[in-house]
Design a protein around this ligand. Structure first.
Ligand code: PA5
Length: 461
């Protein structure tokens, strides 16, 4: 496996206004501190996502469960949100299909289709539930806490339909993936005898892609989950080092942090030049935003804003802003060496210069030329960018990429001086929702809600 980071275009030698060699050498101390924080967290057993890759614990049982189960169903529907949905979506797109919800014909003969209901818009939920044949559908209800309102609402709807149509046989069509001990899902699994897999208690939602959260859906659609873990473990070895210069996660995290905090480049764009990696952007956005957008212990709000983009599509959309808008961004290109397919462009109009130069080249040639051109153009305008190249898109590389960004996020948490593992900022909105929906144990939240009142809509048009 090779995953390489070329960060030449982040540095002042290549890009005016880039990170100077002095600043980069000076960052060694900051990284050493972040590394110490990492080591403490690891010793304190807070970073369960690493063990997932290194131990492979539970993988035999998971594969045993997936083997045969997948073939018994034509459709798998994941009910989950945030970290309980973005991992499965990214894995499906990268390793199974380029379209959001389809398998290629050969795979479909053997493996079920995978749908991920990550939102609660009734239009989407209705359309998926109406489309699948319930008697041939397995619902994976995924929630670490086991009580997230959106996922529970989806679960209740799915279970209601299953019971109405299949009676007691509904059991066979539900699997929970949740905390080993806590939460409503765990309780229901125990009480009603529903199959339930564990998300280790020290693995948070957005770090759970390589737990059963990502691995069970992946295994059910035929992704090589052992290779995913092996790729992640290999990458961990590279990222578990005190040496900033040779540690890819440290390089990514430290450069992005330096660019933000010393050069004001606070918007971090993730731009794959590959459709299969498109949903990796969404997964990265959650990881970077929810982990790093925080209030430091001293009271200062910090954190970069991650933005997803797609090459070449966004060259006709956001790239104008990246080129000429405020100097407040970095761009990370995700690039693939060997693509699974390529198409030669026929020479049909050799007499028309606007078309002749394309004839005989391939779509991959054009994609790569456009990416190199965009990187060079951005650099010329003082826009910092780096390129992460994967030799190919397979389970080993994708596992490696997941671990690279998870480790970078932990290091960046140390650099920003925040806890990358919590998300206190989403709590208040959740409490107000409970108050509005009349959750019986949300008495305090209801009191708080009643005290603030929504402002009257006096300013509207
Ligand atoms: O990263 C996180 O912890 C969150 O984004 C969660 O994944 C999200 O809120 C869903 O939570 P849960 O898995 O508990 O339903």
């Amino acid at each position: 496996m090779t995953i390489r980071i070329d960060y030449t275009n982040m540095m002042s030698g290549a890009v005016s206004g880039g990170i100077s060699s002095e600043a980069w050498s000076g960052a060694r101390e900051a990284f050493a501190n972040a590394r110490q924080i990492f080591v403490k967290r690891r010793e304190g057993d807070e970073l369960g996502f690493i063990n997932l890759a290194l131990d492979g614990a539970g993988i035999g049982a998971l594969l045993g469960f997936a083997d045969g189960t997948g073939q018994a169903f034509s459709d798998i529907v994941v009910l989950g949100i945030g970290g309980s949905a973005l991992g499965p979506i990214a894995l499906r797109s990268a390793l199974r299909s380029t379209s959001w919800n389809a398998l290629d014909d050969e795979a479909r003969e053997y493996y079920p289709r995978l749908h991920v209901l990550e939102n609660i818009d009734p239009v989407t939920v209705t359309s998926v539930l109406d489309r699948v044949e319930l008697g041939r559908t397995l619902f994976l209800v995924i929630s670490k806490s086991g009580g997230t309102a959106e996922t529970m609402a989806q679960y209740l709807i799915a279970r209601g339909r299953l019971q109405a149509e299949l009676g007691e046989d509904y059991h066979r069509h539900l699997v929970f993936i949740t905390d080993p001990v806590k939460g409503a899902l765990r309780e229901i699994a125990r009480r009603d005898g529903i199959a339930a897999l564990e998300i280790p208690s020290n693995v948070g939602g957005r770090f759970s892609a390589l737990s059963p959260v990502g691995l069970l859906p992946a295994a059910l659609i035929g992704i090589d989950v052992r290779a995913l873990l092996a790729g992640a473990a290999d990458m961990f070895t590279r990222c578990d080092s005190d040496d900033l210069a040779s540690n890819p996660a440290a390089v990514f995290g430290t450069l992005q942090w330096l660019a933000d905090t010393t050069l004001g480049r606070r918007n971090h764009i993730m731009m794959p030049y590959s459709d299969p990696l498109r949903d990796f952007g969404g997964w990265f956005v959650q990881l970077w935003a929810e982990s790093l957008g925080k209030i430091q212990p001293g009271g200062t709000s910090v954190g970069p804003t991650p933005i997803p983009a797609l090459g070449v599509t966004d060259q006709h959309s956001q790239v104008q802003l990246f080129m000429e808008g405020p100097l407040d961004k970095t761009v990370t290109f995700l690039v693939v060496g060997q693509r699974k397919a390529d198409l030669e462009i026929p020479r049909l109009h050799d007499d028309i210069p606007e078309l002749a130069y394309l004839g005989g080249r391939t779509l991959a040639d054009l994609l790569d030329a456009e990416r190199r051109a965009t990187a060079a153009a951005l650099s010329q305008r003082g826009r910092l960018n780096m390129t992460i190249t994967l030799d190919s898109i397979d389970a080993h590389h994708v596992g490696g990429l997941i671990m690279l960004f998870e480790m970078a996020t932990i290091y960046a948490g140390g650099l920003y001086g925040v806890n990358p593992l919590d998300q206190p900022g989403v709590e208040l909105g959740k409490r107000f929702t409970y108050a509005l929906m009349g959750r019986p144990d949300a008495v305090d939240a209801k009191r708080e809600w009643d005290a603030i009142r929504e402002p009257e809509q006096r300013w509207s048009v």
